[in-house]
Design a protein around this ligand. Structure first.
Ligand SMILES: Nc1nc(=O)c2c([nH]1)NC[C@@H]1CN(c3ccc(C(=O)N[C@@H](CCC(=O)O)C(=O)O)cc3)C=[N+]21
Ligand SMILES: [Mg+2]
Length: 352
């Protein structure tokens, strides 16, 4: 399919691409159909997740409610942190480094700070100007590396263009790499029998969501659409570690629709609104939509609304289960960041 190579490109990470001003090419946008509480069974699904849903009926997919599950996880984390504080006085700490003044990055950092506060994680922040040097950023990373109150360090991406992302991410101590982007952590994730200290938050959140809904992965066919370093690639590695048979679909894939249609589990992370149509899905497939694509919406207060990579209205007639956008993977990403920070604090202090 020649069109596919013009439809999306994986030269940027999925999440950073979608933060760029977005143009929709060739996709007719429909109003996202939200499932009514009546037609939508929010209870936990088990093997029924793979029961085919007839396309001709009005049956809707089960909603994989990331917002709900993330809340549950945050409550679990808050409880555990309370206990640790009480018995040891240790307060887990997360440092976030923000370079530049992108509005979207500022919003994400604010949300992460708020999420930390809510569960009892202390947050530390370094806000650096757009035009600061790589050395300046690395100086801040080094300070956080040696600060015993800081257990996790996150360098908000994307970095300004003039910076070497690899060099900067390499400066984060592997022991505090709660984003899981350090090459040693990624390398271990890719190798059998090796354990990374941290797994990247977004793909980890996808897996945790599937797990909490009892969706089996072993032996299933999985397709990951998009091969970014921060989502697609680690998502494929995690699925493979969970014994799925994994295929990656990307901008040079011929017949992406045909290949995706074979999948029992689809994870899409391209940053292209409504790329994945209902016709791309096998009836009964489980769909995890990582996209968070802003599309103009004059009716909303912000002037835009968020849609995923998957045409939700079509997909929910075909899939057995699907994540909504917003309220799906996004909140899970934040919950996994908190979880990684807590486990880092426990490891660094040799707590159980
Ligand atoms: N070093 C680094 N680590 C990251 O994990 C990282 C990053 N850089 N740069 C940007 C992306 C993006 N990202 C999101 C996290 C939560 C939501 C989220 O909670 N979204 C809500 C919607 C929020 C809204 O309504 O605006 C939802 O999907 O329901 C979205 C996106 C983390 N990222
Ligand atoms: Mg989401």
């Amino acid at each position: 399919m020649a069109a596919s190579s013009t439809v999306f490109s994986d030269s940027y990470s999925a999440t950073s691409r979608l933060l760029l001003p977005f143009r929709i090419r060739g996709f007719h946008l429909r109003r996202t159909l939200f499932l009514s509480p009546k037609s939508n069974n929010r209870s936990f699904v088990s093997s029924s997740a793979f029961a085919p849903v007839a396309m001709t009926t009005e049956t809707s997919s089960k909603l994989l409610d990331g917002k709900l599950i993330a809340k549950k996880i945050r409550d679990e984390i808050a409880g555990e942190i309370d206990g640790i504080k009480e018995s040891t006085g240790i307060v887990p700490g997360l440092a976030v480094i923000l370079v530049g003044s992108r509005k979207d990055s500022q919003t994400y950092v604010r949300n992460k700070k708020k999420a930390c506060e809510d569960v009892g994680i202390a947050s530390y922040e370094a806000n650096l100007p757009e035009d600061c040097s790589e050395e300046e950023v690395i100086k801040h990373i080094s300070k956080f590396n040696s600060n015993p109150s800081v257990h996790g360090i996150l360098v908000q991406l994307p970095l300004p263009r003039h910076m070497n992302e690899e060099k900067i991410l390499n400066a984060v101590s592997i022991e505090k790499d709660v984003d899981g982007f350090h090459p040693l952590n990624i390398g271990r994730l890719a190798m059998q029998g090796r354990e990374p200290l941290f797994v990247p938050c977004t793909p980890k959140g996808c897996m945790e969501l599937l797990h909490r809904y009892g969706i089996e992965i072993k032996g299933k066919r999985a397709v990951v659409i998009g091969r970014s370093n921060i989502v697609g690639m680690p998502a494929a590695l995690l699925l493979q570690r969970a014994n799925a048979t994994v295929t990656m679909v990307h901008s040079y894939t011929k017949n992406p629709e045909e290949i995706t249609k074979q999948a029992d589990i689809v994870i899409s992370a391209t940053g292209v609104a409504n790329l994945v149509r209902g016709s791309w899905l096998k009836p009964g497939a489980v769909v995890v939509d990582v996209g968070i694509n802003p599309v103009d919406d004059t009716g909303s207060a912000r002037g835009y609304r968020l849609v995923g990579d998957v045409c939700f209205e079509e997909a929910c007639k075909v899939a057995s289960a699907i994540t909504p956008v917003p309220g799906g993977v996004g909140p899970m990403t934040i919950a996994m960041l908190l979880s990684n920070t807590l486990s880092s604090a426990k490891r660094l202090h040799e707590l159980k």
